[in-house]
Design a protein around this ligand. Sequence first.
Ligand SMILES: [Zn+2]
Length: 416
Amino acid sequence: MNEEISIFLRKQAKERFLRYVRINTQSDPESGMHPSSEGQWVLGRLLREELLELGLMDVELDAHCYGYASLPPSTGFVGPAITFCSHLDTSPSASGADVTPMVIEDYDGGDIQFPGSGKIRLTAAESPELLQFIGETLIVSDGRTLLGADDKAGIAEIMAALCAFKAFPTLPHPELRIVFTPDEEIGAGTDFIQMKRMGEFAYTMDGGMMGEIEQECFDAWGLNLIFNGHNIHPGYAKNKMINAAALAARFIAALPEWESPEHTEDREGFYHVTQITGDETLATVKLIIRDFDRAENNRRMDYLKQLSRIFEQRYVGLEINISARDQYQNMKEVLRRYPEVVDKAKTAIKTSDVDVRENPIRGGTDGARLCFMGVPTPNIFTGAMMVHSKTEWIPVVALEKAAEVVVRLCGLWRKV
Ligand SMILES: [Zn+2]
C-alpha cells in the first residue's frame, strides 16, 4: 500500500473514531426496547448521512436501527459480494456517557493515569500488550467512562476503507454490503438483521489485539434447573421437609470446581452458575456451559442429568427438572467448509505488515450467529484492548492497520 493511502487511512480512521466515541450508545439489557437505547439512533443517523455523502447505494437505517449500505464493485471486478459488519452499541458494564477521549502521543511504556479518576491506572502489568506500542499514539478515555473502541473502532475502520475506495478509485474491491448492528453487547445484534442485505461472505470488525483473526468461538448452552421441594413448619419437619433452596446449594457444590470460569483459560470449557433463587418449596439455578467442543458440553449435560437422578434418589420427594437452550455454536463448524474466507483475511493481515494472531474466542460474536444463518463470518481485529472497562485503550496504528486490512482483503476477492 503506498504511503499516501496509509496516511489517508490513518487520518480518516482516527478522526472518525474520535467523533463516534463521543456519542453515548451504551446498550441497556433492562430497557425492553429495540434498540435498547436512544443513543444508538443518534450514531445510526450520523452514519446514514456519512454513507450518503460518500455516495453509497441502498443506504438505509431501518425500523430496528440496523444501518445498511452497498457499494458496487470497482470497474471490471468479478467476485462475490462481501459484507463488513460492526456494532453501534457499547457494553452496559461501564458508563458510555460523555466519553472524552484522550490522545497520548509517543507512549513511553509507563503507567497511564486518568484525569477523570484519581484511582484507576492502566499498567503494563495488567495489559502487557501496551509494551508492544512504545513510541506509538494511544487513545484512552479520561477514566470516568469506557472508551467505546468496542466497537466504534470497527465502524471507523470500515468507514475509512470506504473513504479510500472513493478517494482512490483504482483500488479494487468487490460489491460491498455494509451492516451496522445495534445491541450486540446484550446478545441481540442479529435479532432483526435482514439477511437479504448480506453478501455471500462476511467479516465482523469486532476483535481485539492488532493482527487477530478469530474463526472459533464457544459452543454455548444455557440451562435452567428447577428444584421442587416440600415445605413444612421447621419445628415439625423431621423426615418430612425437602428444602429446595438448601438442596440447590448442595447441588452447585457438587459441580467440578476446576471447570469454572475462574479456573479455566485457552481451550478449556466450564460450568458457570449465573443465578440462584428460591425457598424451601421451589429453587431455580441458572447456569451456562461453554466449550469449543460440543461433545464436551454433551458430557457436562449428561453429568448434570446423572447428578439430578442421584439427588432425587438420595432426597426422596425432591424433583429436579432440567431445560437446556442452545445459545450459539462454534463458528468453526461452518468456517472449516469455506477455508478461503479466513485464508484471505490472514493474507491481508500479513501483507499489511502485521503478525497474524489466531485466538479462539472465549465467548460468542455476531459472526457466530451469522455463520449458522448462512453467511460464513470470521472476526477481524479492531485493535481495541481492555474492552468493557474504563481502562480501555487502542493504538492509532491499529486503527490504520485494520482499515488497511479491509482494503487489501477486498482486493483479494477478485476471481481470477
Ligand atoms: Zn464488540
